[in-house]
Ligand binder design. Structure first.
Ligand code: XLS
Ligand code: NI
Ligand code: NI
Length: 449
């Protein structure tokens, strides 16, 4: 197992526990550990992404690639390079031991000279992927199409002023949905990277909204046509690469879906760094999706509080992840979604082994956050506090208001009679924050006997 691209990692990453000094061992993540009656791996359904981890060499707008990625070599034949990339990726997945992966069509397949050539490249690599999936047992969490890198999408894909770009995007998505189905993918993601605008001087918001809605209807129709049973997911992000992206945040996407008769067809793929970029917390975005019955899956990463862009760093804060996980546990879990690392290394983390450290740390952090979340669920104090806070709405009076049988006139009469007079109750925020911190500090990371 040590041969290949990651020969410095001798084999499957073991569980070492907190006492281990081996940087290539998990400290907390233990797939088989039972948490609230379910295996840790089944709670988290973690996955690795192709995009940043295998298809990016570390280049940024200031400089060349820094990452040691021999399969990203322009001197190689594009299909031979693509096959090396896939070999490296599956070697990595198998050594890390995560059950899922995900990719954009262009992450694995060379563009070629035409759409037909791209499609046949993708088909050939999907055949290879199927073979690797069978041999390693690694499964596809989601597939997606890259509708943002090529110049044909510079003014958007579905929201492009040119219908030819819309059609090209439709062709790409249609084919990638077919590939996702063939590979047993459990979800299909749409992230509208260029669906937005840079200036309103050249942008017709009404037309672009109508185009986008049409596109999403076509996607939902194709799902039904091919019998894809997975979830369709939209990934909100407020900006970058466009100045303003239409799928700004969870609430914006949910409103758009409802206005366009698409409710129930799509759920949300929430990314932590996109939440903070929108001025929200990750917790807020997850809770908003759950409140609308639209929680789909998670792209796990984090931003940097010192700058305002999508740095997509690997998660390393238990505090940031514990409450989103708490909401997910209370809502019955993340399946058929999962937690995948749409995260990238820092440009100076140039060794191939750094990719292991990043994923090990991310998995340990999410695992620890799961333990904290489970502790909060088991103690039940947060839930009991919330129930008590809203108990008035379960009373006869509250139910009558919500039931719709009282008008403003009725309510005025009851308030004016002196029968109703609110008495303010403390929100107890600090007391509740202390409960969360207590679980963060107290949770037992020791493995189950
Ligand atoms: C970019 C997005 C992208 C999506 C998939 O910011 O996070 O990685 O997850 O297209
Ligand atoms: Ni991102
Ligand atoms: Ni993402």
């Amino acid at each position: 197992m040590s041969e290949g691209f990651f020969s410095k990692v001798p084999g499957r990453i073991p569980f070492g526990g907190l006492g281990s000094t081996d940087p290539l061992a998990f400290k907390v993540y233990q797939p088989d550990r039972i948490v609230l009656g379910k295996r840790m791996e089944d709670h988290l359904r973690p996955g690795v992404c192709f995009w940043h981890s295998f298809a990016w060499d570390g280049r940024d707008m200031f400089g060349l690639g820094t990452l040691d990625r021999p399969w990203l070599n322009d001197a190689l034949d594009p299909m031979a390079a693509a096959r090396q990339k896939m070999a490296a990726a599956f070697e990595f997945f198998a050594k890390l031991g995560t059950p899922y992966y995900c990719f954009h069509d262009r992450d694995v397949a060379p563009e070629g000279a035409s759409f037909a050539e791209f499609r046949s490249n993708l088909d050939a690599l999907a055949d290879d992927a199927l073979g690797y999936q069978e041999r390693t047992g690694v499964k596809l969490l989601w597939g997606t199409a890259n509708l943002f890198s090529h110049p044909r999408y510079q003014a958007g894909a579905a929201t492009n002023p040119d219908p030819a770009s819309f059609a090209y995007a439709a062709a790409q998505v249609k084919h990638m949905m077919d590939v996702t189905l063939r590979l047993g993918g459990e979800n299909y993601v749409l992230w509208g990277g260029r669906e937005g605008y840079d200036t309103l001087l050249n942008t017709d918001l009404k037309r672009e909204g109508a185009q986008f809605a049409r596109f999403l209807h076509l996607v939902a129709e194709h799902k039904a046509r091919i019998g894809f049973k997975g979830q369709l997911l939209i990934e909100p992000k407020p900006m970058e690469p466009t100045k303003h992206q239409y799928d700004y945040d969870s609430a914006t996407v949910l409103g758009f879906l409802a206005r366009n008769g698409l409710e129930g067809e799509f759920r949300l793929n929430i990314e932590a760094n996109h939440a903070t970029l929108a001025g929200h917390s990750f917790h807020h975005e997850v809770a908003t999706a759950i409140a609308s019955g639209a929680m789909g899956s998670i792209d796990a990463n984090r931003g940097d509080p010192q700058n305002g862009w999508d740095t997509d760093q690997f998660p390393n804060s238990v505090e940031d992840l514990a409450l989103p996980l708490y909401e997910i546990l209370r809502a019955g879990g993340i399946a058929p979604g999962g937690f995948n690392f749409d995260a990238k290394l820092r440009r100076q983390s140039s060794d191939r082994t750094d990719l292991f450290y990043a994923h090990i740390g991310g998995l340990d952090t999410i695992a620890q956050a799961l333990l904290v979340a489970a502790d909060l669920v088991e103690r039940g104090e947060l839930a009991a506090n919330k129930d008590a806070r809203y108990a008035g709405w379960d009373s006869e009076f509250g139910k009558t208001i919500l039931g719709g049988s009282l008008s403003l006139v009725d309510l005025e009469a009851r308030v004016a009679s002196g029968e109703i007079n609110p008495s303010p109750v403390s929100g107890g925020q600090e007391r509740l924050e202390n409960l969360v911190n207590r679980s963060i500090w107290a949770v037992d990371t020791a493995p189950e006997a």
